[in-house]
Design a protein around this ligand. Structure first.
Ligand code: PDD
Length: 290
């Protein structure tokens, strides 16, 4: 269980300095707080090393450029600072962490127009990786579907996550684990995950577009499929198609690959995690630990 006090013991990176979390302070006029005006990344750390750092930093730059914040650090500088941060927070019993980066448009009087000459606020926090609930791997997850009420720039990793957290909470309130969004009756992604289905031994995921976040885990799953001669397609997935799928998976940096065995209260195929999911998770974990 993550407690606030365990977060408070950590060292965080704030605007160029490493400080104890309980001493790190941000103004109430920060535009991240006032407007949700910022972007973020979540990067897993395995065995003390940042996983897929290049891909995460490229996506971060893409998010920043899309919201017209100049990327404040080069990739080399990011790597130095994040590596230092991880080392400071690495404990003997866990070498796995989840690293969170947030960049906002900085501190300024509340006004919708961009402030001039205001430096971005840069925060990075790392804490021990929360191990995926083993029940999700043995029994699978339950998902519910719902209309995607988000904006049309879901490829930007925006900190404005109100629709996502409302959707996730609605899933939890219905005793499910994740909400899957639908646009025009097609699956886009989960509240905090990408989605795959399996049909006739092929894995299928919706193509990249402004309707979904280009997940780093999603891309790696497709890469591993290609390397291992597993048929894979990027295609739109109607709700009916998902209901008839042999398997459904969720992917994310913190949950890796999770099988969905219940969709809207009905079993997915035989209601058990599927064989292709088990194979892909093995390939994924072998890749992590190579
Ligand atoms: N979110 N789609 C959404 C909306 C997400 O929030 C996430 C991950 C993903 C998967 O992306 P990736 O494989 O790069 O983690 C897809 C992170 C983990 C979070 O918000 O905590």
């Amino acid at each position: 269980m993550k407690t606030l006090s365990s977060y408070h013991d950590a060292t965080v990176y704030l605007n160029g300095e490493f400080v104890p979390a309980n001493e790190a302070k941000i103004s109430i006029f920060d535009r991240g707080f006032v407007f949700g005006d910022g972007v973020y990344e979540v990067i897993p750390v395995y065995n003390g090393k940042l996983f897929r750092l290049k891909q995460h930093l490229e996506r971060l730059d893409h998010s920043l450029i899309n919201i017209r914040i100049a990327p404040p650090l080069s990739h080399d500088k990011w790597e130095q600072r994040l590596t230092t941060l991880i080392a400071k927070n690495l404990s003997n019993n866990t070498k796995e962490q989840s690293l969170y980066i947030q960049i906002t448009r900085g501190v300024a009087p509340r006004d919708h127009k961009f402030p001039e000459k205001t430096p971005a606020t840069i925060v990075a926090v790392s804490h021990p990786f929360t191990v995926v609930d083993p029940n999700l791997l043995t029994q699978g997850a339950a998902a519910i579907t719902m209309e995607d009420l988000r904006w049309k720039c879901c490829n930007i990793k925006s900190i404005s996550l109100l629709a996502n957290i409302l959707a996730r909470q609605q899933a939890l309130d219905s005793h499910a684990d994740e909400a899957l969004f639908l646009r025009d009756n097609h699956l886009t992604e989960g509240a905090a995950s990408n989605v795959f289905i399996v049909e006739n031994r092929s894995i299928i995921t919706p193509p990249k577009s402004a309707e979904l976040l280009p997940g780093i885990t999603r891309d790696l799953v497709l890469e591993l499929a290609a390397k291992n001669n597993i048929a894979h397609l990027e295609e739109r997935i109607s709700l009916q198609r998902a209901q008839q799928a042999d398997e459904i998976w969720l992917t994310s940096s913190t949950k890796e690959i999770i099988p969905v065995t219940v969709l809207d209260d009905k079993s997915v195929a035989n209601g058990q995690p599927g064989p292709l999911w088990a194979r892909m998770l093995t390939l994924y974990q072998a890749f992590i630990h190579q």
